[in-house]
Design a protein. Structure first.
Length: 216
C-alpha cells in the first residue's frame, strides 16, 4: 500500500474527526470532570511503528480507588458507570484522532498494546510493529477482546502483509457496525482483557534491538 496515500487519508479523516466531533468531545470531557474528576485524559506510553514509544491518548474511564495497602484496585472495580458507557460505544478512543494527526498512529492498524509485552512476543508476533498502530484493526473487527491473544496477533500480522486502501475501508465500515452492535469489547468477567504473558519462551527482543539499530 502506498504510504503517502494512507497518510493522506489519515490526515484528512483525523482533521475532520477532530473538528466535527469536537462538541461531543467537550461534552464527554465535562462529564468526566464532573463524574470522575481530573485528569480528563488517560495517557500511557505504548509501542508504535517499529516498537518506538509514543504517548497514547484516551478519555479516562476509571477512578483511582486503592486498597488499604495503597495499591490500585483491579480494573473491573475501578471502571466507572460513565467509563463503561464510553467503552461500550468506543467513545474513549476519540482522542486518538490526535495521535493519528501527529503521525504516531493510523486510522487502521494493530492496536497499540503495553510496553512490557515487547519482550514477550515471538518474532512472528512482533511483526505487528511493521506497520503503525491503529484506532481500529483487523483483529478488532474480527472478535476484538473475545479473541485469544494468539488469534489477535495472527490477524495483526495478516493485516501487515495484506494492507491496502480497500481493506482499510472495509475495516472502517465494519468498525462502525461493530460499535453499534457492542460486540467483543471485554473478555468475560474482565474490564478489558487479561494480561498477555507470552506464547512461548522465545521472545522478540532481538527483533526490537535490530529495529532500533536500523532507525539510528
Amino acid at each position: 500500500m502506498n504510504s503517502l496515500v494512507k497518510r493522506s487519508i489519515d490526515l484528512t479523516v483525523s482533521i475532520l474527526g477532530l473538528v466535527l466531533l469536537s462538541p461531543l468531545m467537550v461534552v464527554i470531557a465535562l462529564a468526566i470532570l464532573f463524574c470522575i474528576g481530573r485528569p480528563v485524559f488517560f495517557r500511557q506510553v505504548r509501542p508504535g511503528y517499529e516498537a518506538k514509544p509514543f504517548t497514547l491518548l484516551k478519555f479516562r474511564t476509571m477512578n483511582s480507588a486503592r486498597d488499604e495497602r495503597g495499591s490500585l484496585l483491579p480494573d473491573e472495580e475501578r471502571l466507572t458507570n460513565l467509563g463503561g458507557l464510553l467503552r461500550r460505544y468506543s467513545l474513549d478512543e476519540l482522542p486518538q484522532f490526535w495521535n493519528v494527526l501527529k503521525g504516531e498512529m493510523s486510522l487502521v492498524g494493530p492496536r497499540p498494546l503495553l510496553m512490557q509485552y515487547l519482550g514477550r512476543y515471538t518474532p512472528e508476533q512482533a511483526r505487528r510493529h511493521e506497520v503503525k498502530p491503529g484506532i481500529s484493526g483487523w483483529a478488532q473487527v474480527n472478535g476484538r477482546n473475545a479473541l485469544t491473544w494468539e488469534e489477535k496477533f495472527d490477524k495483526d500480522v495478516w493485516y501487515a502483509d495484506h494492507m491496502s486502501p480497500w481493506l482499510d475501508a472495509k475495516i472502517i465500515v465494519q468498525t462502525i457496525w461493530n460499535v453499534f452492535r457492542r460486540r467483543g469489547i471485554n473478555q468475560p468477567g474482565m474490564a478489558t482483557a487479561e494480561e498477555f504473558m507470552g506464547t512461548h519462551q522465545e521472545s522478540a527482543e532481538s527483533w526490537i534491538s535490530s529495529a532500533g539499530a536500523g532507525s539510528k
